[in-house]
Design a protein around this ligand. Structure first.
Ligand code: ADP
Ligand code: MG
Length: 306
């Protein structure tokens, strides 16, 4: 499988001395739908700014489909489409012209760009708005215009910076459908978000970023499973050695009269006790072992809401 994006040791220190990225490593495979999840100020937009050559990294390597993006930014740019966090089109231009102008930046001639722009606007539900001045579009239409514009150079990698921050549920679901469809047709997508729910709904793989560092990365299902898993420490009535661990649980002995047990989400403590009793183990007390990832998420979500 091809690697769509490979980032090694990416660092960015802003002029005031603030370290926005501190050695980020990231790999996104072709065809993936990848979430970069992190609270405000984590470094997400800085990372995207570097990919689009708007922010100069302090150190690090970036390859986009094998192209060294620092050595050949123009070549890398033709492979990517980016939807920035803020609307940044000319609001006094017509939607169709915004797309045709963007195509021109990629050297696509007007006679090729026009039908492509029309098709994209249709696809994003803006067919009736082609000759509308962008200023007159609703918020949701503006967001879709940004996506259409990012697709004008037929990018293999589409990157969206918090596309649904502050937008209503209906628009969010509409965008989710559009992105899922694009991904199914082969476009690799990277999305930054501070909504865990969004990442979970859309994406296959996830990196969690905070304070410029990647804290976790991997398949979302694995991370969510770890999130839902609770770990308990059990004190036993008598020292015991578990020859056969109870089915469905991960058990680790701490010492002869204490065990650590992972309990998948949805199971009750009574089920745990019953399973252990069936193995001849009597529990006298238990306590919750804190889950590092869970704490992290509480921390992330808490900060994201501020
Ligand atoms: P996110 O997009 O995850 O919210 P950003 O990448 O925008 O995070 O910001 C990461 C950190 O870098 C923040 O502390 C932010 O204040 C800081 N920062 C962003 N842009 C600049 C800049 N141009 N100059 C100085 N500091 C910046
Ligand atoms: Mg941002």
């Amino acid at each position: 499988m091809n690697t769509a994006l490979s980032i090694r040791n990416l660092c960015k220190t802003y002029s005031g001395g603030l370290e926005a990225l501190r050695g980020v490593d990231l790999d996104v495979q072709e065809g993936d739908f990848y979430a970069l999840l992190g609270p405000n100020g984590a470094g997400k937009s800085t990372l995207i700014g570097i990919l689009t050559n708007l922010v100069r990294p302090t150190a690090g390597e970036i390859h986009v489909f094998g192209v060294d993006a620092r050595a050949h930014p123009e070549r890398a740019r033709t492979l990517m489409g980016v939807v920035p966090q803020e609307f940044n089109f000319n609001v006094f231009e017509k939607t169709l012209e915004i797309l045709v102008f963007q195509a021109g930046l990629y050297g696509i001639p007007r006679n090729v760009a026009l039908p492509r722009a029309q098709e994209l606007l249709e696809r994003l539900g803006l067919g009736d708005q082609m000759n509308q001045i962008a200023r007159h579009l609703s918020g949701g239409m503006k967001r879709r215009l940004m996506v259409a514009r990012a697709l004008v150079n037929a990018p293999r990698l589409l990157i969206l910076d918090e596309p649904t921050a502050g937008v209503d549920i209906e628009l969010r679901r509409g965008l989710w459908e559009i992105l899922t469809d694009l991904n199914q047709k082969g476009t690799t997508i990277i999305l930054t978000t501070h909504y865990l729910e969004e990442a979970e709904h859309l994406c296959r793989n996830l990196a969690i970023i905070d304070h410029g560092r990647i804290l976790e990365q991997g398949p979302i299902q694995d991370l969510v499973r770890r999130l839902e898993m609770q770990t308990f420490i059990l004190d036993l009535a008598a020292p015991a050695t578990l020859e056969e661990p109870p089915a469905g649980f991960q058990v680790r002995p701490i010492d002869p009269s204490r065990l650590e047990i992972d309990v998948p989400g949805g199971l009750t403590l009574n089920q745990v006790f019953a399973a252990l009793e069936a193995c001849g183990v009597q529990v006298v007390s238990l306590r919750n072992k804190s889950n590092r990832l869970e704490e992290l998420f509480v921390h992330l979500v808490g900060r994201g809401r501020q």
